[in-house]
Design a protein around this ligand. Structure first.
Ligand code: ANZ
Ligand code: ZN
Length: 825
């Protein structure tokens, strides 16, 4: 056996250059052609690409190349999500300007992506930190602002006193700042928000349209949006003022024995208290400043509260109940006030037990049961049941009672049915430098004024001092700060907050359709042609925020009239993680395999092939050095057999097709059918197995004597088919061998092969179906039929049915791929 190897280094360099010269991956909108927009989530330019990137982009590249060959007009772009914290950290640690750091990284990563031979339209590359891009992010902000979808409000934020900045919830670790560990405090600051809650219902309802999304991602979004059905109910203070609660259980109103306010609730300041009580309340409120919401609502942590000394009146029975503050009541959910029903809510139950508050049963598990003594209850009963202790509603089932009670409250104008969402408005303000400046000017007289459209972009100044302390450097940049008010011409001060970088990635897929447009964020016509993205591919870690924000932006842009679709991503594929030695590859674990090393040692085609072969795209991928070597050996084995085929065909043998040729031809058509179907279902690993089988069949053909007088037509058909099937996976080698066999241009411009259904059928077997050992039927089944499928065939055979009807199958005997015997009584 020959051990000849191909020189992947020169082959890959040659083809990457050739593709660029030919410009074959450049795309143009063309209404005469059906389009396919294939998109992978763009990378953050952290320095070097990692295996997760290689996996993500290899999957996308197979789909892009395959669909191009299927005749679709494919858009397959790439760019960089280039604003964000790490650039500022690099500046602090190494004294390099965030811009220089970012652009250097982009340059490196661009080279690495090109080295992988990915079929991107490089002319469409976008960089979100470039003024040409962020200008349009600002433009969109102003549209949101005009529509009232961008607004400022005071919010309780996590504040690190040492870094002087707001931290996202994810940046608070054990109560401390993730960077400097300083105790984080709550601060009330005026922040910018996007009103995503206006779209809560639509974001939830439209999940139903996303048939091409993984179920788990939809469930995660659903939970995040968190729709609750219930009622708003007005309680009345002794002063006559009403306080509204949101409850999902209006049927339990008669069981309300106390009333809870969030510690931050503004009403607390209005309640009358003597100085001793006031001190206790203040002390309690202060003690929560540094506690995260997660800890406050955790089931493990003991609930805490304090009595305010005031009472409030329950609208259904006029009962006066005490008002307490409780840590588990959050200000920004519902109304920040809760009617507590300890008998039927676990948290309220624990709270009542701790502070010795009354418990009153109002829902019994069984119909007609006598009410229990609340003091004797050992735990809350939170299910639905039948009302007790509830005046004229007693006896009703929970759902009926909910309706009846809400109806009565509505009649008295003391309540109404309501839907509440867990989703909160999106806080987009960041007191950071390396982000997109919010295009607003504050004026004493006019308030927050939009920067004029013709003055966009608000350029992020480069001459700033970035230091660990002191908040955003923009707030200290006089030249940036001092501007005149666009409305009255008076003295103004520029907004110094920048936007959350998620705003940049919420519309980048639209910028790709006309990346150099300088009159609009994107060309409407081009967007109408290319949108929506037909296939989006990325990590499951973005299941919620990025995907939800992009869906929100899309809906707003539709309502502004910029696009005509309401959902950005028609189909979504979430690739699994790359792990090694049982853990996610990470620097801290020391189990990182650098793609550069693999590419240098084995070539890009091997790296791609291994990563696609090792596991189906959605599953975890366990890194294996042997696997990489296996992929490498396979490509060389394929190289040798194709070279041998080329030699055989160019020798011009006149041999006639024999049985072995027919067998090989069948193998070819079976492979085409299998690979095609597998790619359509994203089973890229089994598609590669099918290509391997074809290579084996090709070798076997020679072993069987095919080499003595190769039949030219068969051999060239197999060579061609094999290379076409290989081309999305190992694009360089496929083109090299295609050229070696006399092909012109590039294999990537050729059409995807079709299969002959008659020939492809050869992979079917005949299965004998028996009942009690007697042959009753014969059916055909695919060659890879398993026992389950054989059972299904037997149980659904019409001929068998008369032998098994009214009988019990007591045993099933299977001879794999041959016979199935049902033993019946
Ligand atoms: C009375 C009641 C009785 C409740 C009962 C539940 C069970 P979901 O389903 O998550 O929407 N709640 C309302 N606002 C709150 C806030 N700001 N912080 C903490 N809890 C709050 O939860 C809605 C329920 O959570 C509401 O229904 C309310 O308690 C509580 F047997 O009202 B319920
Ligand atoms: Zn003004």
């Amino acid at each position: 056996m020959s051990t000849e190897r191909y020189d992947f280094t020169s082959v890959e360099a040659k083809w990457q250059k050739r593709w660029e010269e030919l410009g074959i991956y450049r795309s143009k909108a063309d209404s005469a052609k059906e389009k396919k927009y294939i998109l992978e989530m763009f990378p953050y330019p952290s320095g070097n690409i990692h295996m997760g990137h290689v996996r993500n982009y290899s999957i996308g590249d197979v789909l892009a190349r395959y669909n191009r060959m299927r005749g679709f007009n494919v858009l397959h772009p790439i760019g960089y999500d280039a604003f964000g914290m790490p650039a500022e950290n690099a500046a602090i640690e190494r004294g390099v300007h965030p811009k220089d750091w970012t652009y250097q990284n982009i340059e490196t990563m661009r080279g690495q992506l090109k080295r992988l031979g990915l079929s991107y339209d490089w002319d469409r590359e976008i960089i979100t930190c470039s003024p040409e891009y962020y200008r349009w992010g600002q433009w969109l902000f102003l549209k949101f602002f005009e529509k009232g979808l961008a607004y400022q409000k005071k919010a309780n934020v996590n504040w690190c006193p040492s870094c002087e900045t707001v931290l996202a919830n994810e940046q608070v670790e054990g109560g401390g700042c993730w960077r400097c560990s300083t105790q984080v405090v709550k601060r009330e600051l005026k922040q910018w928000f996007f009103k995503i809650c206006d779209y809560a219902k639509e974001l939830l309802d439209d999940l139903g349209e996303l048939g091409g999304w993984p179920e788990k991602v939809k469930v995660m979004q659903e939970n995040w949006i968190g729709r609750s059905e219930g009622a708003m109910v007005d309680f009345t203070l002794e002063s006559g003022k009403t306080v509204t609660v949101f409850t999902t259980r209006p049927d339990t109103l008669f069981g309300c024995t106390f009333f809870l306010l969030a510690p931050e609730h503004p009403l607390v300041d209005e309640l009358e208290m003597d100085s001793g009580r006031k001190a206790a309340v203040d002390e309690f409120r202060k003690s929560l400043a540094a506690v995260s919401e997660i800890d406050r609502t955790s089931a493990e942590i003991e609930k805490r509260g304090v009595f305010t000394g005031s009472y409030i009146i329950n609208p259904v029975n006029g009962k006066r109940v005490p008002i307490w503050l409780a840590d588990y009541v959050l200000m920004d959910y519902g109304t920040g006030a809760v009617m507590a029903v300890p008998a039927h809510d676990e948290r309220d139950f624990a709270f009542a037990k701790k502070y010795d508050l009354a418990i009153r049963e109002v829902v019994a598990e069984e119909k007609g049961a006598a009410p229990k003594d609340g003091a004797q209850m050992r735990e809350a009963f939170s299910g639905n049941g039948f009302l007790v202790n509830s005046a004229r509603f007693t006896g009703l089932e929970s759902d009926a009672a909910k309706r009846a009670i809400v109806e009565e409250l509505e009649g008295q104008k003391k309540g109404k049915s309501a839907v509440n969402y867990r989703l909160k408005d999106w806080l987009i303000s960041r007191q950071r430098y390396w982000g997109n400046p919010i295009p607003i000017i504050h004026c004493e007289r006019c308030g927050a004024v939009a920067v004029k459209e013709e003055d966009l972009p608000v350029i992020l100044p480069e001459d700033v001092v970035i230091s660990e302390k002191g908040g955003s450097p923009l707030a200290k940049h006089e030249g940036f700060l001092n501007v005149s008010c666009p409305k009255c011409g008076g003295e103004g001060r520029r907004e110094t907050d920048t936007m959350d970088t998620f705003t940049c990635s919420s519309w980048y897929f639209l910028r790709y359709v006309s990346p150099k447009d300088d009159v609009a964020p994107f060309d409407k016509e081009a967007a109408a042609y290319w949108m929506p993205v037909d296939q989006y591919i990325g990590g499951i870690e973005h299941a919620i925020l990025h995907l939800l924000y992009s869906r929100f932006f899309t809906k707003v842009m539709r309502d502004i009239g910029l696009i005509d679709v309401g959902e950005p991503f028609k189909n979504l594929l979430t690739q699994g993680m790359v792990i090694k030695d049982g853990a996610k590859m990470s620097k801290s674990k020391g189990n990182v395999v650098d793609p550069r090393e693999i590419i240098e040692r084995y070539g890009a085609d091997t790296a791609r092939l291994f990563i696609l072969f090792a596991s189906p795209p959605e599953k975890e991928l366990d890194w294996s050095d042997q696997g990489v070597q296996g992929a490498y050996r396979f490509l060389n084995r394929l190289y040798r057999i194709v070279m041998r085929n080329i030699e055989a065909t160019s020798a011009g043998s006149k041999a006639l097709a024999d049985e072995s040729d027919k067998e090989l031809l069948r193998a070819l058509h079976i492979s085409i059918k299998k690979v095609t179907g597998d790619i359509e279902r994203f089973n890229l690993n089994t598609a590669i197995s099918a290509i391997m089988e074809l290579v084996n069949a090709n070798y076997k053909h020679y072993d069987d004597g095919g080499s003595r007088g190769a039949e030219v037509e068969t051999i060239s058909a197999v060579t061609e088919g094999l290379l076409l099937l290989l081309s999305p996976f190992a694009p360089h080698l496929a083109d090299e061998l295609f050229e070696a066999g006399g092909g012109e241009g590039s294999i990537h411009l050729r059409a995807w092969p079709a299969y002959d259904p008659d020939l492809a059928k050869a992979d079917e077997l005949t299965i004998i179906l028996q009942v009690n050992g007697k042959v009753r039927d014969r059916v055909t089944a695919p060659a890879d039929v398993d026992e389950e499928e054989m059972k299904r065939l037997a149980l659904t055979s019409e001929r068998l049915s008369e032998f098994i009807k009214d009988k019990e199958v007591v045993k099933v005997i299977v001879v794999p791929k041959k016979i199935i015997n049902l033993v019946v009584k």
